[in-house]
Ligand binder design. Structure first.
Ligand SMILES: *Cc1c(COP(=O)(O)O)cnc(C)c1O
Length: 367
């Protein structure tokens, strides 16, 4: 069983993408045009945010958000110890210092209590990550951020369409960064990203930063970059956005099926959904103390699985300058050794889910 499938053999989807492709070809307009404007409006509306700003990828969405908020060299930015490296790399890119905190084991996200303990008088921002598709417990974090004057940026690269107390991801923090990498819950047919925010001044700075610091041609108000979501990707994303609700519902149904089939297996911890949240299962991540053995036996049985992520950020050579060592973040280190992502994509059929669950049930017991 493969791990993931983009679902591009769906005839209806191909028709819709073909129409989007032809619309852009017919227009002859490739950068900063009507498709991007329409997508930004539709995406902002889906998120319940006032503004959406399309950019080149999810990493740029994080970096440009930090820059737009004035995060600068020497500023400390609180990040999860357990996340994809891009969250930390974005902080380093603006000269900031990532300050890791352990995640909550039930949701794999950081909490206000964890963040509060890591604050210093140099802390300028906090980046909670709605990892694997589980939302962040945002109300206490937002209250803390506002009380301490911190910029709260959600990394929602894995949680398009997730919800917290009935509100959609993208409307919860001061700004939210999304990736449209093809395998994400909302993916393009190439790279893409966006930021949502309710803050009009922040939105305006982001629109300039992504386009050479310029709102008017050849007038450069700030040292911006080139990070634009192009017309072709915006047109494709409008097609996928229209299917996001169904795709997330399918992911939730698959997760429910896995949960039913795998509960009560000794030594296997399943993902949970907090009662205040709606999980969109970007990944279906189980935990096992015998993870490497389980993964090897599953491979033997023809089931692909992946590890998100095998090396914690604080032990990556990229962050050696921060001076962390093995033992500094024990939970993050344990998770790196125990997490295993099972096959999950919206078009995965019930038989395939049943087959994977059967293999996991058989192979989760060491021989
Ligand atoms: C995918 C991802 C990113 C980066 O997105 P790109 O579009 O690949 O740059 C950032 N953070 C998290 C948590 C991600 O999963």
């Amino acid at each position: 069983m493969k791990f993931f499938d983009l679902g591009l053999d769906d005839a209806g989807l191909r028709d819709d993408l073909g129409r989007a492709f032809n619309r852009v070809l017919d227009s002859g307009w490739m950068i900063l045009g009507p498709e991007l404007e329409a997508f930004e409006q539709e995406f902002a509306q889906t998120c319940g945010a006032a503004h959406a700003i399309g950019v080149g990828n999810g990493y740029d969405a994080l970096v440009l958000s930090l820059r737009a908020a004035g995060i600068k060299a020497g500023d400390e930015v609180v990040v999860p110890a357990h996340t994809f490296a891009a969250t930390w790399l974005a902080v380093v890119a603006v000269g900031g210092k990532p300050v890791p905190v352990e995640v909550d084991e039930a949701t794999y996200t950081i909490t206000a209590d964890g963040v509060a303990a890591a604050l210093t008088d140099r802390t300028a921002a906090v980046i909670p990550v709605s990892l694997y598709g589980h939302p962040v417990d945002m109300d206490p974090l937002r209250e803390l951020a506002e009380r301490r004057g911190l910029f709260l940026l959600e990394d929602a690269a894995q949680s398009h369409g997730a919800a917290y107390k009935g509100r959609t991801t993208g409307s919860l923090a001061h700004a939210t960064a999304f990736s449209f990498y093809p395998t994400k819950n909302l993916g393009a047919l190439g790279d893409g990203g966006a930021i949502t925010t309710d803050n009009p001044a922040l939105a305006e700075r982001l629109r300039k930063l992504r386009n050479y610091g310029s709102a008017k041609k050849y007038a450069h108000e700030m040292a911006g970059v080139n990070s634009r979501l192009d017309e072709m990707q915006a047109a494709f994303l409008r097609v996928f956005l229209g299917r996001l609700g169904d795709a997330n519902a399918r992911r939730r149904a698959i997760a429910a099926h896995y949960g039913e089939a795998l509960r009560d297996l000794p030594g296997l911890r399943l993902p949970a959904e907090a009662n205040w949240g709606r999980h969109v299962y970007h990944l279906y991540v189980v935990r096992s103390a015998d993870r490497d053995g389980l993964q090897a036996r599953l491979r033997e049985a023809g089931v692909d699985s992946l590890i998100h992520y095998p090396i914690p950020c604080h032990l990556q050579p990229a962050f050696a300058e921060l001076g962390f060592r093995a033992g500094d973040f024990p939970l993050a280190e344990r998770l790196a050794g125990e997490v295993l992502s099972l096959p999950m994509w919206p078009g995965m059929g019930a038989e395939a889910v049943q087959a994977v669950a059967g293999s996991v049930a058989r192979e989760s017991v060491a021989p």
